[in-house]
Design a protein around this ligand. Sequence first.
Ligand SMILES: Cc1ncc(COP(=O)(O)O)c(C=O)c1O
Length: 438
Amino acid sequence: MPDTQVERTNFDLTAALEDAEARFAEANPTSAGLYEQACRAMPGGNTRTVLYYPPFPVSLARGDGCYVEDADGHRYADFVVEQTAGIYGHSEPAIQRAISSALAQGITLGGPTPREGRLAEIMCERFPSLDMVRFTNSGTEANLMALSAARAFTGRTGILAFEGSYHGSVLSFGAYGNRMNVPFEWVMGRYNDMEGTRELIEEHRDSLAAIIIEPMTGSGGCIPAEREFLQMLRDAADEHGILLQFDEVMTSRLGPGGLQKEHGITPDMTSFGKYIGGGLTFGAFGGKAEVMSRFDPREAGHFGHAGTFNNNVLTMQAAIAGMSEVFTEQAAVEINAEGDLLRQRLNGAIEARNLPVQVTGCGSMMMFHPTADELTGPADTDAAPKEARALFHLEMMARAHYVSRRGMMVLSLPMGPDEFDGLTAAFEDILDTYGALF
Ligand SMILES: Cc1ncc(COP(=O)(O)O)c(C=O)c1O
């Protein structure tokens, strides 16, 4: 065991976190002031719960490539990657060109343009479940639309979701609690629990309209679903006329055709969001023609779907450029292979030190967990001490690596060996300094 400060007998997790917070506050006076100012007009100075952490979040001033800089002038390698949405980094020329060219042709045109049809084609070619697709402004909205479509299509009201999962601001079954959720008739299963979930589906087979699942939980711990589990859901849904919906808002970046293509399991409906908009606000839902054609406004009794900015030209143009010129199928393969190698390196560093922590994930998305317990679903991740997660987060930032509070680390396309070596070195230094506290 290396000679580290954690061998001091009076140095426990709480003291280490207090010390990290004090150093953080001292290093970020401008962010502290901006936070105080924001608190005057926004509850907790915040308009996105996930971005708050004590004592206050750093205020970001700018970004370039895969780096961000905060208001106090610290430069970080950006592994937050806007919770997976920032796959192109902050200054991808093809995206910048696309936005500039759309900007030059008028931005709120109030009618269809050729762009949405082109983007729809690109997505339908890429993702196996998509016969047809529609656009929204966020992943939350995409899930709400897809689940509402399932309810209208089947004439049933129930939705099976999984404990600890996150599908959007009002579709949340994890850390934020469920008081704000839409009042659908929720049936809650346990992620990766074959027997329990099969029984639950059997019990509710006449009332379930849809099953919604992330094929790997994103914010819920980067825990992959077992292929057999997804196959069981596919079979049970077929047997009982339930629509299987994959939430691929995050995971669609984990392969050229999302995790659905990696697994060879085709859901009835899929929701998207995040990176596909090229870094601009985006959401989409789509699937089987049988369901999606019900939105055809030429048909009597069609389903309604509105949204002033669904086809906003900046997003559409950026998304076309991103998906066709930058995040190609080849690029998807490469970034996820790099992510697998990085995760192996981090877990190798943990094993070499024999510490009770782990990094879970798949491809270009991963998460640090300060526990050695087996994690089979998002509900398991709550058991890991929150203070240890907080300490990891602040100490990664102190080492110039911007990672999310919950310990999620995500790759972006501009990253290369320097950033992967840098992250590994910072990670190893934290293990050596604080390992005994985890
Ligand atoms: C799996 C998943 N679904 C849906 C959403 C909601 O997307 P948005 O934040 O665009 O509403 C998120 C956001 O983090 C997500 O991770």
